[in-house]
Design a protein around this ligand. Structure first.
Ligand code: SF4
Ligand code: SF4
Ligand code: SF4
Length: 418
C-alpha cells in the first residue's frame, strides 16, 4: 500500500492549552505513556516489515505537544532510537506546536529530536485563535513573544496560516507583509478552513466563495513572485505548484496526493488509528481501529471498512467533473475531510474545486512565463537543470517522492488544529 516511507501523525496527548473557535478536535485529558509509545512503535515496525517499508517519520502533534514535559520527549527519543537500531529502521521526527507553552527548557529536545525546527500556526488577522482566558490579541502577543525567543535560540520556525473573512478583506499584499516583513517568517503556508468537529457559530461561517478565495490566492501568488520567490521565501502551496508546473521536484500537500490513505495514518493518545489528525480527533465513526486492541496494524488497516471508503473515494468521484478536468492528475479530487465536513460525505469532490482550478491555472501561467526569463532563481533554473540530463531527472523524481511524503504534515495535515 505504501511506498518506501511511512508517515505517522502521532498525538501523544489529546489535551490543549488554548481555546480556538474553529478547532475541530474533541479534546480529552488522555496522554500516552512511554510504555504505550514503545508498543505503538513496535507494532508500526512490524507493519513496516510486512509492507516492505524502510523509513518512518513521526509527525508529533496534539492536542498540544507542549502540554507534556520535554523530559517525556527526551525519553521517548531514546526509546525509539534504541528500538529502531535493534530493528534496523530509520526514524525521523517533525514537531507541530502552537508555541504557547514554549520556553528554553524545550530547546534541547527541539535541537536533538526535531532538527532544531518547529511548525506552528498563526492567522492574520487572528480572530479565532484564543486563550482560555483572553482573546485573540492576548494569544497573538504571547505567540509572538515565544516565536522571537525561539528564533533567538536558533530554532527555525515554519508557520501555517488558515484564511478567514478578515484575511480576504485586508487582501493578499497586507497578508504577505504581515508574515514576511513584520514577523520575518520565510517559510509559511496558507490553508483553507473547514468546519470540522462539533459545530458552532464560527464554523457555520467557514465556507467561502471559491471566486473570492481564488482571487486572494492569485493575488498572493503575484505578490510572492514579485517579492518573495527570488528572495528565498517559501510560500506553500503556491511555490510548490509553480515548481510542479515547471517540471521541477515539488512537495505538494496531502490534499492533492493520489490518495492520502496510501501515504500515512494517525494515532492518538488513546491508541485510535485514523486517516489524519482531523479524523482521529473528530470522527469516531471513521476510526480504523485501536492499535492497543490489535496485534497487527496491517490487519487493522486491511479489515477497516472506514479505510476502505478512503481507498474507494477516487473511483467514486471521477464522474463528478474530475475525469474531464485538466488537473485531475495533480488534484485527484482534493481532500476527503474538507468534503466530509461541508457535504457530510467524502464521496464527492472537494468543495474548493473551483478555487483549485483557478490557482492551478494561475500558477501554471506563472511557471510558463518564467520559463522564458533568464536570471530567475526559481523554476527556470530547475527546468534547465532537469532537461539537461534525464538520468538526473529520474533520480530527482525518486527523491522527491521521499521528500514529498516527509513534508506532508507541513503542507496540510495540521489544518486548523495546532
Ligand atoms: S487533510 Fe485531507 S487530504 Fe490530508 S490526510 Fe486529512 S483527509 Fe487526507
Ligand atoms: S480541480 Fe476539481 S474537477 Fe479538477 S480534479 Fe480537482 S476536484 Fe476534480
Ligand atoms: S486549533 Fe490547535 S491550538 Fe487551537 S484549540 Fe485546537 S488543538 Fe488547540
Amino acid at each position: 500500500m505504501m511506498r518506501n516511507h511511512l508517515s505517522v501523525i502521532l498525538l501523544p496527548t489529546n489535551k490543549c492549552n488554548v481555546d480556538c473557535d474553529y478547532c475541530f478536535e474533541d479534546k480529552t485529558d488522555d496522554r500516552m505513556s512511554l510504555d504505550q509509545l514503545y508498543e505503538v512503535t513496535f507494532k508500526i515496525f512490524d507493519f513496516m516489515d510486512e509492507s516492505g517499508v524502510g523509513a518512518l517519520t513521526f509527525h508529533w502533534q496534539g492536542g498540544e505537544i507542549m502540554t507534556m514535559p520535554p523530559e517525556w520527549f527526551e525519553q521517548a527519543n531514546e526509546r525509539i532510537n534504541a528500538l529502531a537500531a535493534a530493528r534496523g529502521k530509520q526514524v525521523n521526527h517533525g514537531l507541530q506546536t502552537n508555541m504557547i507553552g514554549y520556553g528554553p527548557r524545550w530547546d534541547n529536545v527541539i535541537r536533538e529530536m526535531f532538527g532544531n525546527s518547529v511548525g506552528t500556526s498563526m492567522d492574520f488577522p487572528n480572530i479565532h485563535r484564543k486563550m482560555f482566558r483572553g482573546g485573540p490579541d492576548d494569544y497573538t502577543r504571547l505567540w509572538k513573544r515565544n516565536i522571537v525567543a525561539a528564533r533567538e535560540a536558533g530554532i527555525g520556525i515554519g508557520v501555517i496560516a488558515v484564511l478567514n473573512n478578515a484575511s480576504l478583506e485586508i487582501g493578499a499584499e497586507r497578508f504577505y507583509s504581515y508574515f514576511v516583513d513584520e514577523l520575518g517568517i520565510e517559510d509559511f503556508q496558507v490553508n483553507t478552513p473547514f468546519p470540522g468537529g462539533l459545530q458552532n457559530d464560527t464554523k457555520a461561517g467557514l465556507e467561502f466563495e471559491n471566486l473570492e478565495l481564488g482571487k486572494f490566492f492569485n493575488d498572493l501568488t503575484d505578490v510572492w513572485v514579485e517579492r518573495g520567490m527570488n528572495a528565498g521565501v517559501k510560500l506553500g502551496p503556491i511555490d510548490q505548484l509553480v515548481e510542479h508546473f515547471s517540471g521541477a521536484p515539488s512537495c505538494l500537500p496531502c490534499i492533492w496526493q493520489a490518495n492520502c490513505a496510501d501515504e500515512f495514518i494517525s494515532i492518538d493518545a488513546r491508541g485510535f488509528v485514523a486517516q489524519c489528525d482531523c479524523w482521529v480527533t473528530s470522527y469516531p465513526e471513521y476510526f480504523f481501529g485501536n492499535i492497543f486492541e490489535s496485534d497487527s496494524l496491517a490487519e487493522l488497516l486491511k479489515n477497516s471498512p472506514a479505510r476502505k471508503e478512503f481507498l474507494d473515494r477516487p473511483a467514486a468521484i471521477i464522474d463528478q467533473g474530475c475525469i474531464e478536468c485538466d488537473y485531475l492528475s495533480l488534484c485527484h479530487g482534493g481532500c476527503p475531510v474538507r468534503t466530509y465536513t461541508f457535504r457530510n460525505t467524502m464521496l464527492e469532490k472537494d468543495p474548493y474545486c473551483e478555487l483549485y482550478k483557478t490557482l492551478f491555472s494561475h500558477t501554471e501561467r506563472v511557471a510558463v512565463g518564467m520559463s522564458g526569463q533568464s536570471g530567475s532563481k526559481g523554476p527556470t533554473r530547475m527546468i534547465e537543470r532537469h532537461s539537461a540530463d534525464e538520468n538526473i531527472r529520474g533520480a530527482a523524481v525518486v527523491s522527491t517522492q521521499l521528500v514529498q511524503i516527509g513534508r506532508l504534515k507541513r503542507p496540510d495535515v495540521k489544518t486548523t488544529a495546532v
